[in-house]
Design a protein around this ligand. Structure first.
Ligand code: APR
Length: 237
């Protein structure tokens, strides 16, 4: 790698399911990924929830229970180390787990929601909740069904305005562990590149995107340290 970077430059890290894979959480599109075992239309769309809310809750309960025991891996920890040096580093994650937070990562935006929250399907009620739920939970305020605070297919991701601002102002964009197949996240790298950011991508399988300047193929848990140290060494303040 060879580019200019300063300690206070704005850096955006986009993460996907691949960064949590080494913690034992399944990705979506790898072999044995979640979308091979479950029908995405049944468990991750508003229509699926309307049709069979208990099936959807069963799917998310399993994920919610996993969160209690799962630990951040070396990739999450290396981001904490990197942010100590580059304070102006922001994480945009498509993940609904809490591993960035558990690792002490700062400035994390959960654009696809979070398993830690449940929300009402009708009113503004919401609460943090990771307790086991056996029946479909009911809103204490309006008595309609509660649902996981997850952005499903066909819904608009959270914080898009703030994300666009970060992408346009970023000097460096780093994608980690995402197949780059789900929009709008898939085009964040193109926006950053268009606004002159250098771009790095770290992924287990190859990713074809003309906006990638530097691609590192392998597992984030071992590769990130090497890549981040190289960036730190290039920083002239
Ligand atoms: N290190 C780096 N990359 C990895 C690792 C690893 N240890 N393990 C797997 N990967 C890569 C895979 O090769 C794959 O390209 O992570 C990528 C994960 O891709 P997806 O399963 O498609 O997950 P993601 O890109 O996060 O999916 C986006 O799709 O269904 C939705 O809402 C869901 O947020 C999710 C969105």
């Amino acid at each position: 790698m060879n580019f200019a970077i300063k300690k206070h430059d704005l850096i955006v890290i986009l993460t996907g399911a691949g960064i949590s894979a080494e913690s034992g959480l399944s990705t979506f599109r790898d072999n044995n990924g979640l979308w091979e075992t479950y029908n995405v239309n049944e468990v991750a769309t508003p229509e699926g929830f309307k049709k069979n809310p208990s099936l959807v809750w069963k799917f998310y309960n399993k994920r919610r229970q996993q969160l209690k025991n799962v630990k951040p891996n070396n990739a999450h920890k290396t981001i904490t180390y990197f942010q100590k040096y580059f304070h102006n580093t922001h994480i945009i994650t498509q993940n609904v787990d809490n591993l960035h937070e558990k690792a002490g990562n700062k400035n994390t935006i959960h654009m696809h929601g979070t398993l830690e929250r449940i929300i009402c399907t009708h009113c503004n009620y919401s609460r943090n909740d990771l307790d086991k739920i056996s029946e479909i939970p009911i809103c204490p305020e309006c008595k309609n069904y509660l649902r996981p605070d997850i952005v499903w297919f066909g819904e608009i991701p959270y914080y898009l305005e703030a994300i666009e601002k970060l992408l346009k102002e970023s000097v460096l964009f780093i994608g980690i562990g995402t197949s780059g197949t789900v929009y709008p996240a898939a085009e964040f790298i193109n926006i950053a590149k268009q606004f002159n950011a250098k771009t790095i991508f770290i992924n287990k399988e190859s990713v074809n995107n003309h906006s990638i300047d530097y691609f590192y193929q392998g597992e984030a848990g071992s590769l990130l340290e090497e890549v981040f140290n190289e960036i730190i060494n290039m920083c002239k303040n």
